[in-house]
Design a protein around this ligand. Structure first.
Ligand code: SF4
Length: 295
């Protein structure tokens, strides 16, 4: 990957008079030796897999092995059909689709890691829900996904995207930044607005720890996908209104990395601190071990 920072990316957008997704597909075509059309077809396959994960998640109530999670998106669907959400249809769909995808992941269903499996519901829920409600074409959705991919890739040049390395800011936080950028692209924003949306979303999630109860990607991971999908929309809306991050995104990414280094190992996927060590989490852990004790 030749582009190592967002400053370089914006310079390239301006110099070549190209959008972020055009640069992403050109780079992929160059590296793979395939045509841009083939690259876009591959991204379309990812998009279809994301849509399948949402569809499968929406139609299942199957609980996880722990029995703690698996039916929340069904609860949302039932409730919203009776009483619409305060923030309207887009909110209903984004939160429901985020849970549907994350629940598919806990059932070991097929999902697209974007950037990770634990954060798999954020980018798809925003792209799919907004596209349905705003009648955004498949081609524009592919461009949105390419934009999200390049944002994630540039961040991953500096920070390993894993809760074990830098906490959940590097998983769900980065997913939220990617979704923000995708959304601005799909809504017709400029390159600056796309990067600004990603900056606003990432900046406002710095420090998020990774403390999964019993080491399972369930609590708090699943519901966190719904929260950070909505967080992504806030970043996009603000950027589209001309609100700018005072701290440039490259400095935010550096800060994410340093914050991850400063974070206690107890809060980086070890389940030795945070929510994983609450009284209730310890009780859940005990019950889980009793239920799965070898006979
Ligand atoms: S809390 Fe940890 S395991 Fe769960 S999604 Fe975030 S980074 Fe992944």
């Amino acid at each position: 990957m030749a582009i190592l920072s967002f400053t370089e990316l914006l310079e390239k957008c301006s110099r070549d008079n190209k959008t972020i997704y055009e640069i992403a597909q050109d780079e992929e075509a160059f590296l793979s030796g395939d045509s841009v059309d083939v690259i876009r077809l591959r991204v379309m396959e990812d998009l279809l897999a994301m849509k399948d994960a949402v569809k499968n998640g929406l139609s299942s109530k199957e609980k996880s092995i722990s029995g703690w999670c698996g039916d929340d998106c069904v609860k949302l669907t039932a409730k919203f059909s009776e009483k619409p959400a305060l923030f309207g249809k887009v909110f209903e769909k984004i939160t429901t689709y985020a849970l549907a995808t994350a629940e598919e992941n806990l059932r070991m269903g097929r999902i697209v890691a974007c950037p990770t499996a634990g954060s798999c519901g954020i980018v798809p829920s925003v792209i799919i829900a907004v596209s349905e409600e705003r009648k955004i074409s498949e081609s524009e959705q592919i461009s949105g996904l390419l934009t999200a991919g390049l944002i994630g890739l540039i961040i991953s040049n500096k920070v390993q995207l894993a809760g074990a390395v830098a906490g959940c800011q590097a998983e769900c936080g980065v997913a939220s930044a990617m979704a923000s950028g995708a959304l601005v692209q799909m809504l017709g924003g400029t390159c600056n607005e796309i990067i600004n949306a990603a900056a606003l979303s990432l900046k406002n999630i710095l420090g998020l720890t990774c403390d999964p109860v019993c080491g399972l990607v369930e609590v708090p991971c699943i519901k966190r996908n719904a929260f950070l999908a909505i967080h992504a929309v806030t970043g996009a809306e603000l950027a589209l209104c001309g609100v700018e991050s005072k701290i440039p995104i490259d400095e935010i990414v550096d800060t994410l990395k340093i914050t991850g280094q400063l974070m206690s190992p107890l809060l980086k996927e070890t389940s030795l601190g945070g929510l994983a060590k609450t009284k209730t989490a310890l009780e859940l852990e005990k019950k889980l071990h009793l239920a799965h004790k070898p006979i």
